[in-house]
Design a protein. Structure first.
Length: 319
């Protein structure tokens, strides 16, 4: 292990580099003798910035090129925002670690403080690239106009400050990691804005047969976050992981009135216009997180989400 050089693959944005450096420092604290470096890799999602994400074909927009380098042995570790990582990994790759989840919430960036979806002016204009966010905003506020917004966090904030929009929506964890909390005008509670699957955590992807790297990542993995996010990813996978319907989920370990630890998972499927909105919460065992996620998926499918998923797939099939 002393002579092994470890190369971590990451996207080139400031946030992605922060995330890769976070994992690098975590490993270095345990194994200071290792030579660990970063390799910056441009993904398809980074190259196509003038098209809405739901209009771009294919899975793994922000991961595929990095995974290819991992499979070929060019890099040893890939660090991703877990919400970007598809539920079906390429053959030969596994999730070697899930980091401790930071804030899972979304936030509003607005020129006014203490802002919320309900407080936005009548017929307000906001911008976000996320179908999940669009659907939930429209569920509460049919009058709001939503524009597409792509780019890294700094680019999105710059576009907002130069615009006449009322607000934009971003992930809280990203702003916190970059020390940009000053731009947060309001935190959207989970009950009002369910986050993306895995939001707030990092996924560390490795080759399944790399026993040395597996060992390096043992302490990087956060067991409680792993349990929670396994449930969320099972929910997404059962619904059809690559489906471009608005899907959200949030799982949390919770101590009930009897003092027993249970797993609560809240999930939804909606149409982008927010008119059809199917949301349910169940409890499950921390020992079987995937079972809890699948059970929740079956629940929202029976409520009516099956029709939404089917329509989205039919549209994708006609393109």
């Amino acid at each position: 292990m002393d002579n092994r050089r470890i190369l971590i693959g990451t996207r080139a944005s400031e946030l992605a580099i922060w995330q890769a450096e976070f994992v690098k420092k975590f490993i270095k604290r345990q194994y200071p003798q290792l030579d660990i470096n970063l390799k910056l890799i441009k993904t398809e999602g980074d190259k196509v910035l003038d098209t809405a994400l739901d209009k771009i074909e294919g899975k793994g927009l922000f991961t595929k090129e990095i995974e290819n380098e991992l499979l070929s042995g060019e890099i040893d570790i890939a660090v991703h925002s877990l919400k970007d990582l598809p539920t079906d990994l390429p053959q030969g790759l596994i999730l070697g670690a899930i980091t401790e989840r930071q804030s899972a919430e979304d936030v509003i960036v607005s020129k006014e403080k203490r802002m919320s979806i309900r407080k936005l002016p009548k017929k307000a204009t906001i911008a976000t690239s996320s179908l999940r966010r669009q659907a939930q905003v429209r569920y509460f506020r049919k009058d709001i106009t939503i524009l597409d917004l792509r780019g890294n966090i700094q680019t999105r904030i710059k576009k907002y400050l130069e615009s006449d929009w009322d607000a934009i929506i971003l992930a809280k964890a990203g702003l916190e990691r970059l020390g940009m909390e000053e731009y947060i005008s309001g935190v959207l509670e989970i009950k009002d804005m369910l986050p993306a699957v895995g939001q707030g955590a990092l996924g560390v992807e490795i080759r399944h047969d790399d026993s040395l790297v597996k060992e390096l990542l043992k302490k990087v993995n956060h067991q409680n976050s792993e349990i929670e996010i396994k449930a969320e990813r099972a929910f997404l996978k059962r619904l059809g992981g690559g489906c471009k319907a608005p899907i959200a989920a949030y799982a949390k370990l919770h101590k009930n009135s009897m003092g027993k630890i249970i797993l609560l998972i809240d999930g939804l499927v909606a149409t982008v216009d927010g008119k059809n909105y199917f949301r349910s919460t169940i409890s499950g065992s921390p020992n079987e997180p995937e079972k809890a996620g699948i059970t929740l998926a079956e629940s929202v499918l029976k409520m009516g989400a099956r029709k939404i998923i089917k329509e989205v797939r039919n549209i994708a099939g006609r393109k």
